[in-house]
Ligand binder design. Structure first.
Ligand SMILES: [Mg+2]
Length: 397
């Protein structure tokens, strides 16, 4: 089997998203995906990857991962790594379709049939218009359903009740981000701290301890300010605090981890085994939140999962980066003995994810299960390729 064409699609509805199709001479097509900097990734795929991949005999994920390792651009989730991640997910999809097996079976088989989810409380328009992680890119809307971001800011108790009633056992919120923007993360004032704590208080008052709380800090803080927030939220017994500092501040994170009882989750922006190793060896991470795409693909993510397991650290893959990535995550986490929980965003699953693809993993009663279709199970919605609102580029052998 050879790959004979590399096709990319960029739906105008979501400028951060790039979908990748690898077409083979056997008539099978693999689907991958990249998120953020879609134009740069598109150029990388057609200019640099296509000459390597097209016509290559037996393009297995592991072989291609080695061949596509770039001389520069491999440290950090740059365009090369995100492009390689998209290719790798598409290659695993091809492998599964060729073998007639779902991805989770290719990876060794399921440890459990379904994995608990938590809901990241974003709205449908979250991080849609730019690549910035800032409140100006939150896409807040007054009237859209599932605007869970506005809801956690304005009526967190009602939102927690609604999620609990759906059977969802965890919710992720980021009530301190705007405070970080006010000071550049150098300090948090007492009123700002109280404003964020009020969100946690309202959730606990409404649903008690039955809702796991993930408090996301987006790596916006300096260490002393982060330490103050952790001390303040500890009485609310959050399930974890996420990215209290940027994960490349390994020493500072290790200090923080030693000072607090709040579990620290990090890793969605870390790249590869070598990106995670220092965090694990220094005890700076309690939950690995790998992003299967940003870290370079399933081939790398499965090795990260094993590495984390060797350190006794559970795995909680990241979502928020597209429907294909979510499907790949679910196959991975269902097959790992240290698979803990899967991030999902109901506002995405019920709006733009469903608009673009079919075959998404199913959620029932707060748990998600991998598709039993060959590969990752996700395919483009019929007609999407011909949609005039989708920008195409094709490179053939
Ligand atoms: Mg995060």
């Amino acid at each position: 089997m050879k790959i004979v064409a590399l096709e990319t699609l960029r739906p105008r509805v979501h400028p951060n998203l790039l979908l990748l199709l690898l077409h083979t001479d056997a008539g099978v097509t693999g689907l991958g995906e990249a998120f953020y900097g879609a134009g740069a990734v598109e150029s990388y795929l057609h200019d640099t990857v296509a000459p390597v991949l097209l016509g290559l005999p037996d393009p297995t994920p592991e072989r291609c991962a080695r061949m596509l390792t770039s001389y520069v651009g491999y440290q950090g989730a740059g365009a090369e790594t995100r492009g390689n991640g998209a290719v790798d997910i598409a290659l695993w999809d091809l492998l599964g379709k060729t073998a007639g097996l779902p991805l989770v079976d290719l990876l060794g088989g399921a440890v459990r049939d379904a994995v608990p989810i938590y809901n990241t409380c974003a709205g449908p328009g979250y991080v849609r218009t730019s690549t910035r992680q800032e409140s100006a890119n939150w896409g807040l809307h007054d009237t859209e359903r599932y605007d869970d971001l506005r809801a956690f800011l304005t009526d967190p108790g009602r939102l927690a009740r609604e999620l609990a009633d759906e059977g969802i056992g965890g919710m992720k919120i980021w009530p301190f981000d705007r405070a970080a923007e006010r000071t550049g993360g150098t300090e948090i004032t007492t009123p700002d701290l109280d404003e964020g704590l009020a969100v946690l208080e309202a959730i606990r008052a409404e649903v008690g301890s039955r809702m796991n709380l993930m408090v996301e800090l987006h790596g916006l803080w300096n260490r002393p300010a982060a330490a103050r927030i952790l001390a303040a939220i500890a009485p609310y017994q959050p399930y974890w605090v996420e990215d209290p500092l940027r994960p490349d501040a390994v020493d500072a994170l290790a200090h923080l981890a030693a000072e607090t009882d709040v579990p620290i989750a990090t890793g969605e922006t870390c790249v590869g085994r070598r990106g995670f190793l220092p965090l694990l060896t220094q005890g700076a991470v309690d939950v690995v939140t790998v992003d299967v795409q940003w870290t370079g693909g399933i081939t790398e993510a499965r090795k990260i999962a094993v590495l984390a397991d060797a350190y006794g650290v559970p795995l909680a893959p990241h979502d928020c980066t597209g429907p294909v990535t979510l499907a790949a995550c679910v196959h991975l986490v269902a097959g790992q003995p240290n698979g803990l929980v899967q991030e999902t965003v109901r506002a995405f699953l019920r709006t733009w994810y469903a608009d673009l693809v079919t075959g998404l993993p199913q959620i029932d009663d707060g748990s998600i299960r991998p598709s039993r279709a060959p590969g990752h199970g996700v395919t483009l919605r019929p007609g999407l390729s011909d949609d005039p609102e989708v920008q195409h580029r094709l490179t053939r052998l």
